[in-house]
Write a protein that binds this ligand. Structure first.
Ligand code: TYM
Length: 335
């Protein structure tokens, strides 16, 4: 396969979870050696709901450090902050002008996040237009994401097609890249809800930086379906199926291998082993995270990443503005 352009982003809102890791970051790491990769911390998206400035700063650095701790190599992949590349905000506005109210209203993430709120920020509403800009700026072919971002990807494809139709062939139409197992890791206290870093109940998710004891406790308390068999059946046994997906993604074993290994054993034995599998999978990431945070290297990594990203993004933005009919600025000749 020839080299493809890959881009994705993670919001610095709350602690990253095992869902973020399995649904997205693991694939970031897997794709970085074969493809031309850009991974960013989407801080402009994080302010679509009220944020506390000090927390945003801390979480932004923490997510960038987790990218590296999870195995992203800044020599291969550009790692950067969305707000460091101003083309995102600018193309975000242009994509907003191309978006319809009706299609934005249909986004399930918007419906979930705005439900029951009296004041809904306009930024939350146009969030997917900014996400489309993120992707389209880089002529992206593949976008590694979890299942919950599929709808946003579809809208991105629609907006790219709409732009190309109105203003001429400009954007590459991107494809989602979603894992076969673990595309939607579910909450530990409710197998019908997505595991989420913004949940008020810390027992419902495993944070990537949870201690081994916290992980053991959370898995021991995780809700399980009635019965005792370790079989994968997402429809009828969502909770044990979710735990099996986590086991598979953290151990490298297939669901069939896990099912065979635990035949005749109950949930108790399975959960005990699962806890050790998760603790073992996260231990190297946690060690590397602490190393990177104390080294102070993140600032330089982000600066180099933003320079690489800007070079590509600025070119696309110039093409877009020309296609849309903006008068180009006059460049003064030197000397
Ligand atoms: P965010 O920050 O909510 O989540 C980051 C990534 O983690 C995946 N994910 C999950 N995967 C499986 N199971 C789960 N429980 C789970 N929870 C989260 C998400 O699907 C996502 O891939 N809108 C995006 C951020 C974004 C972006 C982009 C992504 C902004 N611009 C451009 C790709 C390309 C978001 O809110 O992700």
């Amino acid at each position: 396969m020839s080299k493809l352009r890959v881009l994705s982003g993670i919001q610095p809102s709350g602690k990253l979870t095992l869902g973020n890791y399995i649904g997205a970051m693991k694939n970031f790491v897997a794709l970085q050696h074969e493809h031309d990769c850009f991974f960013m911390v989407v801080d402009l998206h994080a302010v679509t709901v009220p944020q506390e400035p000090a927390a945003l700063r801390e979480q932004s650095e923490a997510v960038a450090a987790l990218f590296v701790a999870a195995g992203l190599d800044p020599a291969h992949a550009a790692i950067f902050m969305q707000s460091h590349v101003s083309a995102h905000a600018e193309l975000g506005w242009l994509m907003t002008t191309l978006s319809y109210m009706g299609e934005l209203e249909r986004m399930t993430q918007f419906k979930d996040k705005s439900e029951g709120k009296e004041a809904i920020g306009a930024g939350l509403f146009v969030y997917p237009s900014l996400m489309a800009a993120d992707i389209l700026l880089y002529n992206t072919n593949l976008v590694p994401v979890g299942d919950d971002q599929k709808q946003h990807l579809e809208l991105t494809r629609d907006l790219a097609g709409r732009f190309n139709y109105r203003f001429g062939e400009t954007f590459v139409i991107p494809e989602p890249y979603i894992p076969k197992v673990g595309a939607r890791i579910m909450s530990l206290d409710d197998g019908t809800k997505k595991m989420s870093k913004s949940s008020p109940n810390a027992g419902s998710y495993i944070a990537l930086l949870d201690t081994p004891d916290e992980i053991r406790k959370k898995i021991a308390r995780a809700k399980t379906d009635t019965g005792r068999d370790i079989v994968f059946d997402a429809q009828n046994k969502p909770e044990i199926s979710n735990l099996m997906s986590i086991y598979a993604q953290c151990s490298g074993q297939s669901l069939e291998q896990i099912q065979a290994a635990y035949e005749g054993q109950g949930y108790g034995a399975f959960k005990k082993d699962l806890a050790e599998v998760v603790v073992g999978a996260l231990a190297p990431l946690q060690a590397k995270y602490n190393e990177i945070r104390s080294s102070g290297a993140i600032g330089e990594i982000l600066q180099a990443g933003a320079e690489r990203a800007s070079a590509v993004a600025e070119q696309t933005l110039a093409k877009v503005k020309e296609a849309m009919g903006f008068l180009p600025p006059v460049r003064r000749r030197k000397g």
